[in-house]
Design a protein around this ligand. Sequence first.
Ligand SMILES: NC(=O)c1ccc[n+]([C@@H]2O[C@H](COP(=O)([O-])OP(=O)(O)OC[C@H]3O[C@@H](n4cnc5c(N)ncnc54)[C@H](O)[C@@H]3O)[C@@H](O)[C@H]2O)c1
Length: 401
Amino acid sequence: MAGVVLKRQQNFLGRICNKAQVKAMAKEIKVAFSGARRASSFFKAFQTHPETEIVALCDPKAETLSEAGRATGVNQLYSVFETMLDDARPDVVVVSSPMQYHAPQSIAALQRDIHVLSEVTAAVSLDECRWLAQACKQSAAIYMMAENYMYMKPNVLVKAMVEAGLFGETYYAEGEYLHELSSLHHMADGSPTWRYYWQVGVNGCTYPTHSLGPCLQWIKERPERISCIGTGIWSDPEHAMEDTTLLLCKTSGDKLIRVRVDMLSKRPHAMTNYTLQGTKGAYESKRRPGEGNWVWLEDFCRDPNDWAPLERFEEEYLPDIWREPPAEAVSAGHGGGDYFEVMDFVDAVQGRKPAAIDIHMAMDMTLPGLVSQESIRRDGEWLEVPNSRDWDCDSAEVARG
Ligand SMILES: NC(=O)c1ccc[n+]([C@@H]2O[C@H](COP(=O)([O-])OP(=O)(O)OC[C@H]3O[C@@H](n4cnc5c(N)ncnc54)[C@H](O)[C@@H]3O)[C@@H](O)[C@H]2O)c1
């Protein structure tokens, strides 16, 4: 235990020293945003980061754009994305526009060697995935997908415990995203929003990354084939998506991940339900407010029914980022995920570490959902998930899809 305390003190001192050194540096990374609404969740992280400065914002909606301009003090405001890139010439762009723009805008930035932090999902079609992977390969800039749920404190702690071997070999994981969003399907004037088309206007598991992301970091294998089935349509006959869709993923080592996505059923939100099973232990996240996160570990819990609170393992296993987190992290959206992913992204841009969620990990989280659309159409048929690592991104064939 003394070793753990000493290590933590050293890490803390290291953090202070690094911060002091960095503070002396100029704010050298110019950041631009596309889609000014979700962008606001990231403003504080970039504004308080010693190396970044927000220089430009883009949104076709004038009111949203000027409001974001006022909130940030930024006066380079654009309604067209490519004009912003060419005019403001940022080093980095955060693509937080609606889903159908993620791939085209990321590609446009990568082609200009501008680093990209893209919101989830990475793309809305298999062809777009290939084009995006090709653009990443050909660009000098880095690409990272902003899967923020992977940074939430319980998920990070479970990952560290998996890595320390506490669960033994992990072979089953579940993630659920239950988030009734019907109020966001239409604008005030009754016209449909992007969510209406791209999230519930397509049948399949259209928004799986928040569930898959943490599960993949615990299971540590890529999804190789998937099957998707649904409940049928119950809440609202207008939508193509079945109320609940279940995505089953078999991984390269024959492990199983189950994802449930439901953005339609009438019920309170529960976007962070997770389960993990290994040869030596299990994890059950809290499902309702007021409940706790629990683990059962063979080496710690003598009684087979003796669940232990996850928090009990913080002292020894909580990674440094979550020890004494800054106020901006604690107050950031999505359990701090919106802060920590920005820190990792800036580290990657500065070459201090690889992108935490690179193009291939982004594909591992995005492709299963896209393939699921065909599987659910074929009544749950098992279909292969392409492995983006095998794509020959230099060949013209990739561009043809
Ligand atoms: N990771 C998360 O937890 C999380 C949470 C919320 C939203 N998101 C993602 O963020 C993205 C935006 O979601 P939102 O809730 O802000 O949606 P929203 O509909 O509330 O806002 C989208 C904004 O993008 C603007 N826009 C439309 N077309 C654009 C274009 N071509 N270029 C730039 N901006 C454009 C709109 O005018 C609007 O201001 C989505 O992809 C969504 O999936 C992620």
